[in-house]
Write a new protein. Structure first.
Length: 222
């Protein structure tokens, strides 16, 4: 068991409600919890992949819409800054991840230390979930904001990628993300934009690990 999973387990107490997001580290945490039924946890997840993995481990998963409060939510990210803001773009399920994050007392990111930088990594896009019929007006706004953008294509079939709600994903790129908070505020107000992959003021703890496996903690108050 890796040190970051061991650290995560110390935060989990019996009878808690736990949300497991996406990513390989969350999957490792799920594997560790599968052999601890005595904790009597209620497990939910915003990720269909994580739900299927939990089911394969014999972990019962409660539908998120039946959960009113979450003690701890664990998740991965693509980029994390030192102020504990994150981009969670690759999975394309940020709407549901944000819902669980907002329900949680603590929202905890598990990630390699190399993903933590002073400013968010500009190689990671700001991803928007967008209603199909509004894509043209959203793309015009993004061009006006000097963002490079493209509608994400599906990997397995010809056509656009779709979210679980059937919406499009638009990936946006800038030279840097120094003003991502302002950009996110503008695009979030555009009709047709359902959610964005920028997580601001939601993460309470970053648990990261270096190449030796040593755990490094980043807290909101630091």
């Amino acid at each position: 068991m890796t040190p970051i999973i061991q650290k995560s387990l110390t935060l989990i107490k019996p009878n808690m409600t736990i949300s497991l997001g996406g990513g390989s580290n969350v999957a490792k945490l799920a594997s560790a919890l599968a052999v601890k039924p005595e904790l009597n946890l209620t497990i939910c997840t915003p990720s269909e992949l994580t739900k299927n993995y939990c089911n394969s481990l014999g972990i019962p998963v409660t539908n998120s819409d039946e959960v009113k409060h979450i003690n701890l939510a664990f998740d991965g990210c693509d980029s994390l800054d030192t102020n504990l803001n994150a981009l969670k773009s690759n999975g394309g399920i940020h709407l549901f991840e944000k819902i669980n994050a907002e329900l949680a007392d603590d929202y905890i990111i598990l990630a390699p230390l190399e993903r933590v930088t002073k400013s968010l990594n500009p190689q990671i896009p700001l991803t928007l979930e967008v209603v199909d019929v509004t894509k043209a007006v959203v793309l015009r706004l993004l061009k006006h904001l000097n963002l490079k953008s493209n509608i994400r294509l599906a990997k397995d079939i010809a056509g656009y990628a779709r979210t679980p709600s059937g919406n499009l994903l638009i990936d946006c790129y800038a030279h840097d993300w120094n003003n991502i908070s302002q950009i996110n505020s503008v695009v979030s107000q555009q009709n047709g934009v359902i959610a964005t992959s920028f997580f601001e003021n939601l993460i309470t703890l970053g648990l990261t690990f270096d190449e030796t496996g040593k755990v490094h903690e980043f807290r909101k108050e630091d």
